[in-house]
Design a protein around this ligand. Structure first.
Ligand SMILES: Cc1cc2nc3c(=O)[nH]c(=O)nc-3n(C[C@H](O)[C@H](O)[C@H](O)COP(=O)(O)OP(=O)(O)OC[C@H]3O[C@@H](n4cnc5c(N)ncnc54)[C@H](O)[C@@H]3O)c2cc1C
Length: 491
């Protein structure tokens, strides 16, 4: 059944329209929104067949996990000057902030969500832009018709929604983003406790925890910094522990530009790479008085260096170096670092190393035992261990169906999905490759450096071009039964 707009049954008087090519983007977080925006912009200037873009997400456009927060102290961890949605207009976000009466720097993340939604609306209004249809639906399963009337272009894909409706598309982008953190570290008694919060980003977390009693945050990264600020109250201690107890580093003041990239080829293996990177950082400290320009100068090289490591060296890097790399690479704004420092100094927040080895629920709350023998009695334990990237451990019906269908393969070492260099998913052995692509965090296994906006906007741009090429060849299109009510709006 190929029914567009999505229906569970064919409409009684369908209109047959020939050459529209449907491109579906699943997920309207930053990655999906940027992809849809670039598709509209590039398609407006494309002489090929008419495209129609479907943007599918039950959540509002542009927000996703990172930018849906309304808390003013949840700040961007990248300066506004590097957060433009457009690869070809680096000052676009700063200009938008000015037009909306805001300064730049590390602005609240909620503003960025609004900016992305506005940027997509602007692309919709562009002369010649194809139709954009937004569907507030959750995709729960997928199937592929290799011979969907589409010759050698990969056939068509059907997406089934939680409502039972089905959408057929010539190409699909899976911009599924971040999944809730793993809870495998938590003892069973803790997971069953009413005061255990497995997802730190659940709406209403603060109200659910209330204003009294101490709290334990497991994880000491970027998420912990945000949640500690949210849960701080007079008379409460917020404890934060992780295996290493490492906190994210702060951005420097003033912000310095990246240093010149070093000559590293990574061919000599991980041990030599570690040595060369440390030398480069020492040199930068001597030259610039700061290691940060050195770390930032590695950013354009990271993917190539990662790809040159042998699989066992990649595993060793993830095990032994990743935490240090991330705490230096993904830094927090100076104001967040200052607020955390003063909370630690006043005893409102404690940060240390430790793993949870046991938990008991009692009349005073949850008594959590750590591996050094310490016991903390707290009202709530919040899982701040970071998004789950091992898709085989994600409890999501769509991900389960996708992997079960063989249309996608999980990347080794919990790195999202296996793709070719364009982001097109690689299928299981014996399965035909479907016209399915992904970007952002789900490409971590292949790229490593792929989760922040500066990388995602480049991926979205090249993916949009790739999708237009894929859907632009004048093969006979699959007959589409179109609902004439489709419009640039929301359904
Ligand atoms: C707390 C936090 C703060 C961050 N801050 C920054 C920052 O300041 N700067 C920066 O550059 N990067 C930041 N990042 C990195 C961030 O991951 C990316 O910048 C970006 O937001 C990722 O967007 P995404 O669209 O890939 O994922 P997400 O934001 O997770 O969005 C995925 C979307 O897909 C939808 N979806 C999932 N499954 C389905 C389905 N089956 N059907 C339909 N829809 C579905 C979800 O509802 C969601 O809206 C931050 C990340 C986090 C977690």
């Amino acid at each position: 059944m190929t029914t567009n707009s999505p229906h569970t049954a064919r409409s009684t008087h369908p209109t047959r329209v020939a050459p529209v090519r449907d491109i579906a983007v699943v997920g309207a977080g930053a990655a999906g929104t940027l992809t849809a925006m670039r598709l509209l912009q590039h398609a407006a200037a494309d002489p090929g067949p008419t495209r129609r873009v479907w943007l599918i997400d039950p959540a509002p456009t542009g927000r996703g996990l990172a930018f849906s927060t309304t808390e003013p102290h949840h700040l961007l961890n990248v300066p506004a000057t590097n957060m433009s949605a457009h690869v070809d207009q680096p000052g676009h976000f700063v200009q938008w902030l000015g037009e909306h009466g805001h300064g730049d720097g590390f602005v609240p993340r909620g503003l960025y969500g609004r900016y992305l939604a506005d940027s997509l609306d602007e692309a919709v209004r562009r002369r010649g832009a194809p139709e954009l249809v937004r569907l507030h639906e959750r995709v729960v399963s997928i199937s592929h018709s290799p011979a969907g009337g589409d010759g050698d272009r990969g056939g068509s894909v059907e997406l089934r929604f939680a409502t039972g409706q089905v959408l057929a598309a010539h190409a699909v982008v899976l911009a599924l983003g971040n999944f809730p953190p793993d809870t495998g570290w938590a003892p069973t008694t803790l997971r069953a406790a009413p005061g255990f919060f497995p997802d730190p980003w659940m709406p209403g977390l603060s109200a659910a925890i209330g204003d009294t009693g101490d709290v334990l945050l497991v994880g000491t990264g970027l998420t912990m910094v945000d949640i500690a600020h949210t849960l701080r109250r007079p008379g409460r201690v917020v404890h934060a522990v992780s295996r290493h107890g490492l906190l994210p580093q702060r951005h420097g003041e003033p912000l310095l530009p990246p240093a010149d990239p070093p000559h590293l080829d990574g061919c000599a293996g991980l041990a030599e790479l570690r040595r060369a990177v440390l030398c480069h950082l020492s040199r930068c400290r001597r030259t610039h008085g700061d290691w940060r320009p050195g770390v930032d100068s590695l950013r354009p090289l990271t993917t190539a260096l990662w790809q040159r490591l042998a699989p066992d060296e990649q595993a060793a890097f993830l095990r032994e170096d990743l935490r240090h790399w991330e705490t230096h690479r993904h830094r927090i704004p100076p104001s967040s670092a200052e607020a955390l420092r003063s909370a630690v100094e006043s005893g409102q927040v404690t940060v240390g190393s430790g793993t949870v080895t046991g938990a008991e629920v009692g009349p005073d709350g949850i008594r959590v035992v750590l591996d050094d023998g310490r016991a903390l009695t707290v009202t709530a334990v919040v899982n701040c261990t970071g998004s789950q990237t091992d898709l085989t451990r994600v409890a999501d019906p769509f991900v389960t169906d996708l992997l079960g269908s063989g249309l996608a393969l999980p990347a080794p070492l919990g790195g999202g999905l296996q793709t070719d260099p364009t982001g097109r998913l690689l299928p299981a052995a014996g399965r035909t490759q479907a016209p399915l692509w992904t970007l952002g965090g789900l490409r971590r296994g292949g790229l490593l450096e792929t989760t922040a906006i500066p990388e995602i906007r480049h991926q979205a741009d090249s993916l949009a071009r790739e999708l237009l090429t894929h859907t632009g060849v004048a093969t006979a299109p699959a007959p589409q039964l179109l609902d004439a009510t489709a419009s640039n709006g929301t359904r």
